[in-house]
Design a protein around this ligand. Structure first.
Ligand code: C2O
Ligand code: CU
Ligand code: CU
Length: 498
């Protein structure tokens, strides 16, 4: 199999749209040790290299899966960078189609943003120079080619990036990578009978977003992490194309969120359920000092343009119209991964700081202008689903590579109002972090959700946004829905900043 559109289509027969079996509560597969991605530490001027490549991965027992990754078989290394430094990377590509490396969440110029206008062509090397100047945060990178982002990310062209800030080091949070500070990249996937991934978006799975019935963390199905009996930091990335997660622990234990997309929160926020939409990140601190093993679960993802209409018979947690769903209990809750406590590991952090050094201090000032973005499923609803997904767009325009939709003045604060009628859409903006003012008609407490670059729009959201880097017509920034099938169907727009 090669990494081509044809090979994705060939696999169609194997049953993406078959109803998921229910009642297999938490099927027994999984349990391999949590893979910890290699750390590529680019602090202090070390240059890096990322080569997009195909690979073969052992995700299922006894069957190989053809995957893609950056410098490895599946996904990419966790890249660590320092605020105040310029990071240099060679970006290569040994795959037979253009890919890119978009730095999701990095505040960099449009010409370094790695979007659809900045492909790395087969056998080409592109030199990247990233000027890092933003607070400590958990970001990610992924391929971002017009109409191909969904397939590229599904096959594995994604990785995590950690921005360090001298102001945030030694702030009392766990920070020993791979021990008490763990990257957790959560993705759902569908496998064909031969062990390969199945990615065949069409009709309903474009409208709903393409969802899988197997839950992978760092590329392993429902793995197990062995953690010290103390505070452990989980840097969770929802790296799925479309699935929303409602993370919670099997024993109901609470945990503290300490960071969102744009960086640390001013103080930990206690919770026992965390919702993450595609592309959102959260850092949480979990206390394992009781020594008990526990599973991380997620509530069902009921996000669907059919609303209540399909809810009973076919929709719900994901019957035929909702694509594949993981084995779940009666409520739709399913297992994500497991934790066991190893008392042989040193518990370096036993208490949580009351406040967090290094949290961004928002300084947006007064907004001078308002812009509106209406996320359109256009031929959405039943007719669009039956006719193959229809065109999607924003303000009635479907994404076109040669159309600049907005010109935004540099350094001016604006309110962007995003509306979405049929379902929840994770709206993402390149080049900056923003503050959510309201969502679903309810004002948002900024201390609780911090800075963001994705907002899960519930009917109507208002964000406060400002760009301090430029993007020209040749390499504009994007705003788009991060349900990747929606993005690839045209729910994306381009803007310059000057
Ligand atoms: Cu995560 Cu436009 O990207
Ligand atoms: Cu992005
Ligand atoms: Cu969407």
């Amino acid at each position: 199999m090669s990494f081509t559109r044809r090979s994705f289509i060939k696999a169609t027969a194997a049953g993406v749209f078959l109803p998921a079996l229910t009642g297999r509560a938490f099927a027994a597969e999984g349990g391999a040790p949590l893979p910890i991605p290699e750390m590529m530490d680019l602090r202090g001027g070390t240059a890096g290299e990322l080569i997009a490549q195909l690979g073969s991965s052992n995700i299922l027992q006894g069957k190989a899966t053809q995957t893609a990754g950056y410098s490895q078989a599946y996904l990419g290394p966790v890249i660590r960078v320092n605020r105040g430094e310029t990071v240099r990377l060679d970006l290569g590509n040994t795959i037979a189609e253009p890919v890119s490396v978009h730095w999701h969440g990095l505040h960099i110029e449009g010409n370094q943003d790695g979007g659809p206008h900045s492909p790395v062509n087969p056998n080409e090397t592109v030199k990247a120079a990233l000027d890092i100047d933003q607070p400590a945060a958990t970001l990610w990178y992924h391929s971002h080619i017009m109409e191909r982002t969904g397939a590229h990310v599904w096959y594995g062209l994604a990785g995590m990036m950690l921005v360090e800030d001298p102001d945030a080091v030694a702030n009392g949070l766990p920070e020993t990578y791979g021990e008490d500070d763990l990257p957790i990249v959560v993705q759902d996937r569908v496998f064909a009978n031969d062990g390969n991934f199945l990615y065949t978006p069409r009709g309903p799975s474009i409208m709903m977003g393409y969802k899988g019935d197997q839950i992978l963390v760092n590329g392993a199905i429902k793995p197990e992490a062995s953690v010290p009996a103390g505070m452990v930091r989980l840097r969770i990335l929802n790296g799925s194309n479309a699935r929303l997660y409602h993370f919670n622990f099997e024993d109901g234990r609470s945990f503290s969120q300490v960071a969102t997309d744009g960086g640390l929160l001013p103080a930990p926020v206690l919770m026992n359920t965390l919702t993450l939409a595609p592309a959102e990140r959260a850092e949480i601190i979990v206390d394992f000092s009781d020594g008990a093993a526990v599973r991380l679960l997620s509530g069902a993802d009921n996000n669907s343009p059919m609303g209540g209409m399909m809810g009973g018979g076919m929709g719900g947690g994901g019957g035929m119209m909702g694509g594949a769903s993981p084995a779940s209990d009666a409520s739709g809750s399913f297992e994500v991964m497991r934790f066991s406590v190893n008392t042989g590991l040193e518990a370096k952090v036993k208490t949580l700081p009351a406040t967090l050094n290094g949290a961004p201090v928002p300084d947006f000032g007064e907004p001078v202008r308002r812009r509106s973005f209406r996320l359109d499923m256009m031929n959405g609803g039943m007719m669009g689903m039956l006719s193959g997904g229809g065109g999607m767009g924003i303000n009635g325009e479907t994404m076109k590579m040669d159309v600049i939709n907005e010109d935004v003045p540099l350094g001016e604060t604006e309110i962007w109002e995003i509306t979405a009628a049929e379902m929840l859409h994770p709206f993402h903006v390149h080049g900056t972090s923003f503050q959510v003012l309201s969502n679903g008609g309810v004002p948002v407490n900024p201390a609780g959700i911090g800075l963001k670059d994705v907002v899960l729009v519930d009917k109507k959201a208002e964000i406060l946004v400002r760009f301090d880097r430029t993007a020209d017509k040749a390499t504009p920034y994007m705003y788009h829905c991060h349900i990747l099938e929606h993005e690839d169907a045209g729910m994306m727009g381009q803007f310059t900043v000057a």
